[in-house]
Design a protein around this ligand. Structure first.
Ligand code: F0G
Length: 347
């Protein structure tokens, strides 16, 4: 079952909306086995969004945006992307038989994300400049041509993405105390906050979480309070200097009594390795940013140890192995038999 079928009554869909799904959503909420214990946190969970059909949370919003665009008669979809949005849009366009055009910042996106968009048959334009310029260009073009804009400025994307908040409440029986996630273009933090508020208003949760967002230090406009002209970070998914949903993010932060803070690339990569090596969860660098922030909050004693904390792992580590592999030992090259192998392994 996809998110439209599962949460139909909470989504802007009706009898005229076509059925679209790739069985997205319903991702595992994995309790921490080791990191929580080491930090002294009794209730730490990871929402593993990398298990969505195209490997990131983007599928939740994309399925709704695609269904609504088809309902209104669109036959050409377009987006700007740091990689995951383009992979997702291209997949749903392929599935529904419409044209997909993706605009990515040239040389700035992970190869596996690019390969997804190409395999799903999208027309891929690698535009000189950064993501912010790509989005500006796509917004300009889609306002003049009959091409559907599929970035998260499209409210149907936010509507679909809020279902992740519903799933967390449905599984925990209430909202967590802290919801931690990476912030790039800021659509997802906006969507989660909307989801938690809607469920709370509907009586499905008795409380609201504090929303805690993580940006990368070289791409932290919301933290510093002004756009970053040349954003830089190893976490290419959130290499964004002027987020489209800036206000949504600051409202989520302020209304929930949460925070948005920056972490360094070194902290991100070490959190990524620790997550993979101690929990068996391989997430992409952007997804490790909130975990890096959690480590810091625990060090600074800024988090209540009995609190229920959910860290959203937004995308699969398989999206961007190059970024991860720089920090692990390479394989052992060996030409030999079981005895030499045992010797090399010091068994
Ligand atoms: N994590 C991953 C893996 C992402 O791909 C993104 C955004 C984010 C976090 C941040 O989410 O933008 O809603 O604040 N990726 C977009 C893209 C920009 O084009 O794929 P956000």
């Amino acid at each position: 079952m996809g998110v439209i079928a599962r949460y139909r009554e909470h989504l802007p869909v009706g009898p005229a909306t076509p059925d679209v799904d790739l069985n997205e959503g319903s991702t595992p909420l994995v309790p921490s086995r080791n990191i929580g214990r080491t930090l002294g946190l009794s209730r730490l969970y990871f929402k593993y969004e990398g298990l969505n059909p195209t490997g990131s949370f983007k599928d939740r919003g994309m399925v709704v945006a695609v269904a609504k665009a088809l309902e209104s008669g669109s036959r050409v979809f377009m987006c700007a992307s740091t990689g995951n949005t383009s992979a997702s849009m291209a997949a749903y366009a392929a599935r529904t038989g419409v044209r997909a055009i993706v605009v990515v910042p040239s040389g700035e996106i992970a190869l596996n994300k690019l390969s997804q968009a190409l395999m799903y048959g999208a027309k891929v334009v690698a535009l000189k400049g950064n993501f912010d310029f790509a989005l500006e260009t796509v917004r300009d073009l889609t306002s003049h041509y009959s091409v559907a804009l599929m970035n998260s400025v499209n409210p149907h994307r936010i509507a679909g993405q809020k279902t992740a908040a519903f799933e967390i409440v449905d599984e925990l029986g209430d909202a967590p105390d802290y919801l931690m996630l990476p912030v790039g273009n800021a659509g997802n933090i906006t969507a989660y906050w909307k989801g938690f508020r809607e469920y709370h208003a509907a009586g499905r949760a008795t409380r609201l979480p504090r929303m805690v967002g993580a940006q990368a230090e070289g791409a932290a406009p919301i933290v510093t309070g002004s756009p970053v002209p040349n954003p830089k970070t190893v976490a290419s998914a959130i290499r964004i200097g002027n987020p489209a949903s800036w206000e949504g993010a600051t409202s989520a932060r302020d209304e929930s009594g949460g925070m948005i803070a920056a972490v360094t690339d070194t902290e991100i990569l070490s959190a990524q390795i620790r997550l993979a090596g101690s929990e068996g969860l391989f997430a992409e660098p952007a997804s490790a940013a909130p975990l890096a922030l959690l480590f810091r909050l625990v060090r600074e004693r800024k988090i209540d140890k009995d609190a229920t904390t959910v860290v959203v792992l937004t995308g699969s580590g398989l999206k961007d192995p190059d970024a991860a592999l720089k920090n692990v030992e390479p394989p052992i090259e060996l030409d030999g038999d079981a005895r030499t192998l045992a010797k090399v392994l010091k068994l």
